[in-house]
Each structure stands twice: as structure tokens, then as C-alpha cells.
Write a protein that binds this ligand. Sequence first.
Ligand code: ACM
Length: 574
Amino acid sequence: MSAFTIAFLTASFIASSCSSPSVNAGHDIVHVIPLPASIKTGTGQFILNAETVLVVDLTSDAAIQMAAFAWAEAVRNATGFPLPIVDFSDHQGGDNTISLSIEDKASDVPEGYRLAVTKTTIQITSPAANGLYYGLQTLRQLLPAQIEQTRGSPGDALWSVPVVEINDQPRFTYRGMHLDVGRHFFGVEFIKRYIDLISRYKMNYFHWHLTDDQGWRIEIKKYPLLTEIGSRRKETILEKNFSPYVGDGIPHEGFYTQEEIREIVVYAEMRFVTIIPEIEMPGHSGAAIAAYPELACTEGPFEVSTTWGVNEDILCPSEQTFAFLADVLSEVISLFPSQYIHIGADEVPVIRWQESALAQQVMRDNFLQDESKMRGWFIRRIESFLRSRNKKLIGWDDILHGGLAPEATVMSWRGMERGIEAAKMGHDVIMTPTKYAYFDYYQGEQKGEPLAIGGFLPLDSVYAFEPVPAELNAEEAAHIIGAQGNVWTEYIKTNDHVEYMAFPRALAMAEVVWSPKKSRDFDSFSLRLSANLKHLRALGVNFRLPHEIWPGDTLTGFIQTAQTKVDTPRRGDL
Ligand code: ACM
């Protein structure tokens, strides 16, 4: 018998033998990730059956009704039960009901909820639609994993939910996952799936890295060459053959039309996920420059990059560039309701600005002492443009130096130090340091893993992440609005591989950003994960089985790609 089976059987045994109610004693039987703030377990089970009805206030917010309808549809498909939806006024408190209702006192925050399961009823209450959605996610995890199947029949499982009372709310308001579609393109259906998966773990931001040196992935009507030229590259470097360079000879391309983006935004809204688009500037703009060479400080020629690293060809600080960015950002703003727009701004070498008469003139005209000050000036101009459109700028921590507008939010990636500095300066900060949050890093011994960019970030290290540094006082700590896991895709070409890198590390991150700090316990997480992975498996997610926790298990069968020992500089060392 494997360790996994033992863990699972032990958990099931506890579930059926537990009797007296107790607060926070439910870690072992309530296999919920992220761990709820408070769990009071009881005796017995609610059984979902052919007579169960879903009770909703049919005059409520459309968001609540959509969440309820979608949940009911999934449950019907999985169970084969009719699960009719009835109005609150008809069925309040009736037996064999699952009810969703808005109740201001259910939690102190809109994302909080109360889930009360008795033998006869399940009630989810929250001050807002998001909280009800999160309550439904918790309920889904309390049901057997077959609830995730898309076609099922009543005999597939005992559709039971343990008697429990959960009062839950998030620790942080920003709970994010990122995906780089610039280095490799991932299609609309996969983006939706990724958003759906992260929302199941109560993540509420999807940071969509849409442009880079290797590809421009968003249709901009005013500049069609961005996608006609910028979304295609002739090939990709083969593994890590930088010197001498060897390409794979396979063209790579793809972009999202504005119509597709609108569709994805609505899909995300229904899951209470806000999409933050990232348009990189002034560096990592090689694909834009290949399309419109006049945006560069030199003549080129330029092509969409086929290799990785930091490209010295960046946007020139000309009025033409600012007009271009204003146009591009205007279209981006019209597509994304997010209050935040990410402008990248990491890894900006200034050599081209040093060599350019135009850039040097801009520097003198604006009384900027050096190129680093000009970088700050560049970002401030964009920041004030975004502010004029009622949007807030996010940038990587490279934006911190050179004078930054106080309203800008900083993503601390090169360690925590710049995040600490930014919080002390009064900026909001999202912590996403390479050491804990770079899910492109290896998660096991290199020889057993698909080729990755480098680094080492196993599951327990993600879980050990504490986003609020001890050196901040309470006022400064309030500026740490949350954290995020990043999936950079230089070495990740397929949907399956993204899932392998993201899961289950995203579940550890979900618990870091949602659950109370004092409840963090890796053994409890591992036990809950063992049950939870069955849900991910039922959804067909190609997660990495953490062999380190359960040696000998074979839940997944990821096909390893060819390995190479050659290494490149890691991000963070750059
Ligand atoms: C980054 O990883 N260059 C933000």
C-alpha cells in the first residue's frame, strides 16, 4: 500500500468516526485548499440525491445567478441528478436544499462566506457574490472527486458532504497567478481552463504577460503589424544551445483577437477573476520593434527574437513611441475592465539610449541626469497617462529607481528587498520573488524533470513563503496586498507542461495568500492535497505528483522531455 493510500484511508476513517464538534479540528477531514479560516466539524453527512434542490434568490445580482447556474450545471453533469434551481421565497430552509444567499453579517469582507452543512441542508451565505462563489468552490471540494467529471450517473459515488460549519475569508486581497504567453503562445481554451483552475483555489487575479521580445499576442487594431509580424517568429532556440546557436527550425506563432479577449474577460469575470494585461515597455519590446522599427533608436534590421535573455533593442523615448503606447494602451484599456494595467519595465538595458542622438536630446530637454533617470521619467509619463484614464500602473520592481509616482504598485521579483523598500515608500506591493514564486524553476531533481530555466523551487518551499517581511511595521505591512505565482514559458511549449509546472505549486501559493498565517502546516496541507489531487485528476490536470511526499505513487504519467545539463543564467541573477 502506498503512502498516498494510507494517508487517504486514514483521512476517510477519521471522517467517518469523528463525533464531537470542535473548532479548527477539521484539517484532516475537510480536504479543502486553501484551508478555511475556521472549521467546526460535526457528525454525519448531507447526501446529495435526486431530490436535492438548489435555492437561490432569483431576483439577486446576475453574478450570483450565473455562479449558481454554472455550479448546478456541473453538478448535474457529474451526478446525473436534476438539481432544479428554485427561488428563495419558495424554499427557504427546506429539507434537502442547498441554498445561496446574500447576508451582510455572514463575513466582514465581501470575499468571505459562511458554509453550514447539516444532515438536511447546506447553506452558503456571504455579503457578496464573490463570497458565494468561494463557498461553492469549498463545497465542491467537500464532495467526492467524481463531482469534477463531465458525464456521470447517480451510481458513481455516494454524493456526501460532511457536516461542518466553515467561516472563511482571505488573508490578502491580491491572490494571483501569472502566465507568459509571449515566449510560447497558448490558445483561448487553455487560457480559460487556467483561469477556471486558479479560481477553484480562490485566486482572484490572472496576470497575462501578453508581449515580449519573442512574440506580441494581442490584436491592436491601429497597428496591425504588431500581430502580422510581431506574433510570428521563424523558429525557437533548441533547448539551451545558445553558443553556438542552434534553432529548432519550427515557426511559432499565435495571438488573441480582440473578440477572443473579450470572451476570456467575461469568462474570468464569471469566476471572479480579474485579468491584468501586461504590455512590456520600454524593454522586452523586440516583437513590437520588429513590426514597427521606427520605435527603436537604431535602424535595425530587427526580427522577432528566437532566443531568450535581455534584448538590447528597446523602445526609443521619442514622441512617436509615446503616441504609439498611448494608442496601444487605449485599446488595451477598452478591452480589460481591470483597474490595474501592468507595463512590465523589467530588465531595461540603456545602451541604445546612450548611443542615440535622439535619446540624448530627450534627456537634455527634460533635464534628466542620466539614462536611469530617463527610465524613471518614461515610466512616470506612462503612469500619468494611465491615471488620466482612471487606471493604476503595476510594474516589476525595476521601476523603483529613477523616481516613481506614489500611486504605482510594485511587483517584487528579484527577492523581497525591493518590495520592502517600496512598501516603506508607501507603494502597494505584490510579492512574487524568484525564490518562492517562480514556477518555471525545477521542482525536483533535475535529472528527473523536464528541461527548465534553472533554479529549484519544490512544493514545500512555495508553501513556506511568507509574503509579509518581519521588518515592516503594521502600516508598511498593509501595503503588501498579496502575492503571485509566475509561469514563464521559455522552456514550456505545451498546455500539459504549463499544468505540470503550475500544479500543485499554485495550490501551495493559494494557501499562502488565502489562509491565516497561524494555520500554515505542511503536513496538514499534504494530507488535504492527497485528496484534492483526485479532483485535479478528474479534471484531467497534468499536475506533478510530489514524489517527495508520497514516494512510489503513480497518479500521473508525465512524459519527460529530453534533458540537457547546459545551464543559462537564472532570472534573478540577471
Ligand atoms: C522577470 O522575471 N523578468 C520579471
